[in-house]
Design a protein around this ligand. Structure first.
Ligand code: ADP
Ligand code: MG
Length: 320
């Protein structure tokens, strides 16, 4: 079968960390063709979506004790050509956030691909689901949350609790996440910076003290949990994201986690969000990552599984 991956420039990917590379390796190992392109390399002509596709061959990472190692020239690209994406059995949209207007245009272009090619995640799902706001669809499993750009409303929310967490709606990897307390002398100024003087709505959540024990990532495939890892804040940092130095640790999927997964699964399925990373703190869902969730490499290492293979085999089964 033919798999196309829409990714950030391949030279910028980290083969020992990025889930996209794990999936490309798994596709290659299963005997599929692996093609890559970038989100700004799509063209619509004659009513078809074309991509400038490059064939790629990977040297898989190897296990060295407790970490993965990659050779320096871990990928080799063949000659590129413009091809209709309908020639592919599956297209994996794996461009990293932020979700910008050009990103949304790309999803609208991908939506023109005929159903005989499976696009993961579904373009309409990517349009519908902001990674922060989507959690609001599941009020029974989220912490107290508001979305506003009104400074007075934010100040009131902060004043009513010991601490609150502020999240820009387009952030990832901990970007722009703030820990707010009423007594912080920078509070007003921080809010002015974050709301760009009341021009951008933000999310505020009650601060969950369980965050110090970790931010759990659960990978869902077609609504079912297939693996999990914990990310524990280190040093003086309150954020658990791997991108800011969170320490990864093995973890379990508890009955409460299963309940949260079951709560979100029907909506994810309805929206074509097949490959998703849920972030859970304590007993609550805090974020639904749909663009290019990460964690596969780390889960494979900690749990001796091969989630890339699980995902690729599932996609192959859907399109066969
Ligand atoms: N409600 C919360 N209470 C405490 N800490 C939180 C809360 N929400 C997020 N965090 C912290 O902020 C980090 C990033 O939050 P998240 O919502 O997952 O956004 P992103 O990962 O996109 O930056 C988490 O790893 C966690 O440490
Ligand atoms: Mg997160």
């Amino acid at each position: 079968m033919k798999f196309a991956f829409i990714i950030d420039p391949i030279a910028q990917l980290n083969p020992v960390h990025d889930s996209s590379v794990a999936m490309m390796e798994a596709a290659q190992a299963a005997g599929h063709e692996v093609w890559i392109t970038e989100f700004h390399q799509l063209t619509v002509k004659n009513g078809q979506v074309w991509g400038f596709l490059l064939p790629v061959t990977l040297t898989p990472v190897e296990l060295a004790g407790d970490h993965w190692v990659a050779v320096e020239d871990w990928y080799k690209m063949g000659e590129g050509s413009l091809q209709p994406l309908s020639n592919m059995d599956a297209v994996l949209m794996r461009k990293d956030p932020p979700v910008t207007i050009p990103y949304l245009y790309t999803t609208q272009i991908l939506d023109l691909i005929p159903d005989s090619t499976l696009v993961v995640n579904a373009p309409r799902g990517l349009q519908a689901a902001n990674e922060k706001l989507y959690a609001l669809n599941f009020p029974s499993v989220i912490p107290e949350t508001i979305v506003t750009q009104d400074k007075a409303v934010i100040l009131d929310f902060v004043a009513q609790r010991e601490a609150a967490i502020l999240k820009p709606l387009a952030g990832k990897g901990g970007e722009g996440i703030l820990f707010l307390e009423e007594r912080d002398r920078n509070l007003n100024s921080l809010l002015e910076i974050s709301t760009r003087d009341a021009d951008t709505p933000l999310m505020l959540q009650e601060y969950l003290p369980a965050a110090s024990q970790g931010d759990k990532r659960i990978i869902l495939l077609d609504g079912k949990p297939i693996g999990a890892l914990n990310r524990i804040p280190t040093g003086k940092e309150f954020r658990g994201n791997m991108a800011v130095g969170g320490r990864v640790a093995q973890t379990e999927i508890t009955p409460r986690d299963q309940e949260i997964c079951a709560t979100v699964a029907p909506q994810l399925k309805a929206d074509g969000l097949y490959f998703v990373g849920l972030d859970l703190i304590g007993d609550y869902l805090t974020e639904v990552n749909v663009t290019s969730p990460t964690g596969i490499r780390e889960i494979d290492l900690l749990s001796q599984v091969s989630l890339g293979k699980t995902v690729i085999d599932w996609i192959a089964q859907q399109v066969s």
